[in-house]
Write a protein that binds this ligand. Sequence first.
Ligand code: CTP
Length: 404
Amino acid sequence: MLRGKSIILGITGGIAAYKGAALCSKLTQAGASVKVIMTESATKFITPLTLQTLSRNPVYTDTFDERDPSVVSHIDLADHADLIVIAPATANAIAKLAGGHADDMLSTTLIAATCPILIAPAMNVHMYEHPAVVSNLELLASRGVMFVEPGTGQLACGYVAKGRLAEPEEIAAAVEAWFARSGRLRGKRVLVTAGGTMERLDPVRYLTNDSSGKMGFAIAEAALLMGAEVTLVAGRTAVSPPPGVQLVRVESAQQMLEAVTGFYDEMDIVIKSAAVADYRAVNISGQKLKKNGERLVLELERTTDILETLGKRKKNQFLVGFAAETEQIGHYAMDKLRRKHCDLIVANDVSLAGAGFNGDTNIVQVFGEEGLVETMPLLSKREVASRLLDIIAERAALPGGSEK
Ligand code: CTP
């Protein structure tokens, strides 16, 4: 998969540095030429000899340790890399890159590099959520730096929370996916909707659903990794959106409709993974509703079906809808595809364990005009997103692919 690819692997000083060794091994085994740069702190956790042995290349730790007089090491390394991966990336390494510091071999090489950079952060959850770290990550994302987000689990500091370095397999998969997919959606504008809408009843109460936004966020992240320009219209979500997207927050179905239709004309691909309310309160009380009597009857009215509206107005956009079903998946999916003029419908049986709302996994079937296109097994939402984007990229690239 990675034969002929030159990768710089930057390892910085966190306890997860040991996972950098496993990552190095995986990238080398996949055929990449891996040159490792370690910060001084990283060498306190793992030795350069380990990385030299795994990469079969000299390891760089000191900017001034110039071994080949014919080149300047950090410039030479930077010039020949197809991709730089920093795993683990500490809060300090992230801050240095965001601030443009160049005071050691890794930071100097990063400043000299013009190739894409993929960062896998790892740190304590409070550090990860610190406003300085958040703003550094956002800044880097706005410059096109890509991320493999940390996982949630037991952290070395004892917390069970987000901050654990993504597993080496995941990072290696992201690297392979980047090489395989990078550029497939370059120049394409992709609009993704995610999360659930909130339909207000009064100033403190609302109707909503179990959607976490994870599926839509995974799609937005996958589209970014394929080079797309991504606009993400998100309702109520349980997780943070991926950095690097144009994010628009909305509450109600009506606000989502207005945001989405506002962007629609300039979009190439629209993926509607949000769980939009079908009904909203006829009257939204300006004051907190007081309890009164044993029963309360709420009067609800239909919201506008956003997907259907987009289907009717479709010009060149490639339109993808979602369908959450509990029976006759194929029948209902095909009905929605035709009724709402979609190019694809991603259907899931939300009665199955591991599928649908809130979890980290999904089980989907993708339908096109011709019927069933692909049945995916139980997969992480990230993997579902990548595979779905592959199908979309292939179909949208066909002559007239987005003009159906
Ligand atoms: N959707 C939408 N606007 C709505 C309701 C749904 O855009 N007001 C979109 C969702 O984003 C999703 C698709 O329609 O992409 C399917 O949603 P679902 O609620 O399953 O479909 P419905 O058409 O409401 O079908 P039904 O209630 O008959 O299952």
